[in-house]
Design a protein around this ligand. Structure first.
Ligand code: ZN
Length: 387
């Protein structure tokens, strides 16, 4: 079979962009809508699953048309975020909620697991339409991020302002909901939580005060914390109840965002979900400032290593084992950096900047580009790079 011809125009996907948003921008280049582009050009007529689980056959032909790698296209849908962000897209997996949100503990001691049928982490029962007003400022080039469809972040990690609700279809017609037109800066607690979530989504890990953790653990910690903050106080010991109360008082919303019955985070009303996320950011901030008394096993991840002072902190068990082989560590770090750069344009550019340091002549930079391509780092990640 001959491969499908390349589209003459195809804007590069933005980091974190949803597949539907990118296809919408491609279609705009040809004065079409996504439906017309998919039906007339690709013979594909299902539009509803683009951002959740796009069929592999569609991704294959999109990769041929655009030159964007199959895996990169897949990561623009939720299917590409399994099993890090969620264990499965199948909502009938038994004990899914228990497995995801009841194995860790942060604020409270380990809780008795709750069980519900049909549940998927983070997928809201009511679709949300939120976006960063500053990211969408350029009306000619409006890319919507996949994460904006989920109740997972409150602010834009790039601009530090609250995401705002909108109507319409960005790129064609967009109307901000009342009072949302001007960007509101997010407080440091929210900005910090969202920077970590963005780090998890784009690099696969998060730097916490104690140590670096895998993105999968970050999302589960966050989801655990959201559930802990929604625990009825009658289910808590007095110490834990006062921690929960303290967090809600500090963030200025009613206790448990006004909920009396327990329901999983995903099916709460969008406005309630946002208050819960704000409480989670407040809780993390209070944990890190050592204001709260902690009862959960994973809470220490938010506290920096205790420093014994006179030994320079070198007496921890980990460091006692063996002298560090710095060369081996450097090689390991380099391999990790290359692996990340293969799917992350920002990482690719910083790695390239590191290697290009001091090189000015085009020939030498070209040799470097060839070397990067041989390592499997897509050349288009570096196409706008000027040292
Ligand atoms: Zn932004």
């Amino acid at each position: 079979m001959t491969p499908a011809p390349r589209w003459p125009l195809h804007p590069a996907p933005k980091e974190g962009e949803a597949l539907s948003s990118w296809l919408n921008r491609v279609a705009s280049c040809y004065q079409m809508d996504v439906h017309e582009l998919l039906v007339h050009d690709l013979g594909h007529c299902q539009l509803d699953e683009l951002d959740t689980a796009p069929p592999p056959s569609l991704l294959t032909v999109l990769a041929q048309r655009s030159g964007v790698e199959f895996e990169r296209l897949r990561s623009m849908s939720l299917a590409g975020w399994v099993p890090w962000l969620l264990d499965s897209l199948d909502d009938s997996v038994p004990a899914a909620l228990e497995t995801y949100a009841f194995q860790c503990s942060v604020l409270l001691p380990k809780r008795k697991a709750r069980s519900i049928t049909r549940w998927r982490a983070w997928l809201p029962s009511q679709p949300t339409r939120r976006a960063c007003p500053l990211c969408l400022h350029d009306t000619a080039n409006q890319a919507l991020l996949l994460v904006w469809q989920l109740p997972l972040m409150l602010s834009c990690p790039q601009h530090g302002c609250w995401l705002a609700s909108y109507w319409g279809l960005p790129g064609r017609y967009l109307q901000w909901e009342k009072d949302d037109a001007a960007p509101h800066p997010a407080n440091e607690a929210i900005a910090c939580m969202d920077r970590r979530t963005w780090q998890a989504l784009t690099t696969g890990f998060v730097e916490l005060p104690r140590r670096r953790i895998h993105a999968g653990l970050w999302f589960r910690l966050l989801r655990t914390l959201l559930d802990e903050l929604n625990t009825p106080l009658s289910h808590c010991c007095s110490g834990s109840a006062s921690s929960i109360r303290q967090v809600w008082e500090h963030c200025g919303h009613p206790l448990r965002a006004g909920q009396s019955l327990w329901r999983p985070f995903e099916i709460l009303a969008p406005a309630v979900q946002l208050q819960m996320l704000e409480a989670a950011a407040t809780a993390i901030d209070l944990i890190e400032s050592k204001v709260l008394s902690l009862h959960g096993e994973q809470a220490t991840l938010f506290l920096s290593e205790p420093n014994t002072g006179f030994t320079n902190g070198l007496t921890t068990a980990e460091r006692e084992k063996e002298p560090v082989n710095h060369w081996q560590e450097a090689v390991k770090a380099l391999n990790e950096a290359v692996a990340e750069a293969r799917h992350n344009p920002e990482r690719a550019r910083s790695l390239f900047a590191l290697f290009a340091f001091g090189r000015r002549d085009p020939e030498s930079l070209e040799r470097l580009r060839v070397m990067f391509a041989k390592e499997g780092i897509p050349p288009e990640f570096l196409s706008h790079y000027i040292p």
